[in-house]
Design a protein around this ligand. Structure first.
Ligand SMILES: *[C@@H]1O[C@H](CO)[C@@H](O)[C@H](O)[C@H]1NC(C)=O
Ligand SMILES: *[C@@H]1O[C@H](CO)[C@@H](O)[C@H](O)[C@H]1NC(C)=O
Ligand SMILES: *[C@@H]1O[C@H](CO)[C@@H](O)[C@H](O)[C@H]1NC(C)=O
Ligand SMILES: *[C@@H]1O[C@H](CO)[C@@H](O)[C@H](O)[C@H]1NC(C)=O
Length: 348
């Protein structure tokens, strides 16, 4: 089976691989290897097309290496892809176990001065350094997913002043330096799902006031300071599911007037402050399932009149989903009454 896959990959790569500017266009139009089918929630690029340069998937990068890049300079390439994904008869497979990529290349900016998107998936890259991203001052999308990144140098992203979306999902990041995103002031979307992050403070994201999407799901966060989201006034989606959050400080969401989606499922919450969503009048989707809620006042939902779904499944005093996430209208009167009754009778 393995041998067959290798053979097929070989055939595929013959059609794919050629570091010659005239053939790069073929990569886009006739895409044999379509990584877009390997969709992950962190993939901000999934619906967009770019002139793409794909690094051979059987390449070995042991030390930081510029050799894998073409020798010519190309200002037409907008996206670089580096992964170990393949498509065989419509089946898409990726495995970082098969990857020989241990480092990211250097001098990318010298070969591709107009790089706009950089996507790395399913590699064995462990460390990110400044020289891997040097002078990439047009880069807007950076994705380094499903790899082994555990250490990111403080200055690694210092040159990424145009960055809009950053995804580092499913790596092994446990300690995020508060200095890391100091220059990426244009960030609108951050996804750090599936890491080992324990501590997030205002210093990490507080200065990124254009942030609309922040995801820290599937990490190890236990405590959040009351000011951690204070300045993120443009936030629309906040996803914190599957952490170990024990309680939420009073006022933690008070400045998030645009918040529409909040996911706090799979934590250790036992109750919520009555006024926790007092200023979040735009909330449409509220996930609180799989917590340990044993006490909850109906006042919590007094101002969330636009809610389409309030999911309280798998809690101690309540196990029910009110409304549904694909609904186009707010909760029905029936659901509202049931919510009121259930909270009053079971959770007070
Ligand atoms: C690319 O195409 C142009 C014109 O179509 C040609 O002049 C040039 O030699 C080609 N370059 C390579 C590297 O094949
Ligand atoms: C990859 O390697 C790890 C550790 O050696 C193993 O647990 C895992 O099952 C492997 N995954 C695949 C898809 O082979
Ligand atoms: C934030 O977004 C606004 C509106 O799109 C824009 O005018 C402003 O320049 C952005 N801020 C930064 C730091 O990019
Ligand atoms: C969290 O990080 C901040 C600095 O970013 C530090 O001051 C604080 O002590 C840390 N808290 C914990 C619980 O590690």
């Amino acid at each position: 089976m393995k041998a067959n896959i290798v053979l097929l990959l070989l055939l595929i790569s013959i059609t794919l691989v050629s570091a010659n500017e005239n053939s790069t266009k073929e990569f886009i139009d006739g895409e044999v290897l379509d990584t877009r089918c390997c969709y992950w929630p962190g993939d901000f690029l999934v619906f967009r097309d770019f002139n793409t340069f794909k690094v051979k998937d059987d390449i070995t990068i042991e030390s930081n290496d510029a050799e894998i890049l073409p020798k010519f300079k190309s200002d037409k390439i907008e996206k670089v892809e580096l992964n170990s994904c393949f498509v065989i008869c419509g089946f898409c497979g990726c495995s970082k176990n098969d990857s020989n990529i241990h480092n990211l290349p250097i001098k990318l900016n010298e070969v591709f001065p107009n790089l706009y998107a950089y996507v790395v998936k399913y590699t064995k890259v462990k460390r990110l350094k400044h020289k891997n991203f040097k002078n990439l001052n047009k880069l807007e999308y950076l994705t380094i997913e499903m790899s082994l990144v555990s250490k990111i140098n403080d200055d690694a992203f210092d040159d990424l002043t145009e960055l809009k979306a950053l995804s580092l999902i499913y790596n092994k990041i446990h300690n995020l330096s508060p200095r890391l995103l100091k220059n990426t002031l244009k960030l609108e979307r951050i996804n750090l799902q599936g890491n080992k992050i324990t501590n997030i403070t205002k210093e990490h994201f507080g200065h990124l006031t254009n942030l609309t999407y922040l995801e820290l799901s599937i990490n190890k966060i236990q405590n959040l300071d009351s000011d951690v989201f204070e300045t993120l006034v443009n936030l629309v989606e906040l996803k914190l599911y599957e952490n170990q959050i024990l309680s939420l400080p009073v006022g933690i969401f008070d400045n998030l007037a645009k918040l529409e989606i909040i996911n706090l499922g799979g934590n250790q919450l036992t109750t919520l402050d009555d006024n926790i969503f007092e200023h979040n009048n735009e909330l449409k989707k509220i996930w609180l399932s799989h917590n340990k809620i044993s006490k909850l006042n109906i006042k919590v939902f007094e101002n969330t009149r636009k809610a389409l779904i309030i999911n309280l499944q798998k809690n101690i005093c309540i196990d029910h989903e009110f409304g549904y996430s694909t609904a186009s209208k707010p909760l029905s009167q029936y659901d509202i009454n049931k919510l009121k009754n259930d909270l009053k009778n079971k959770c007070s």
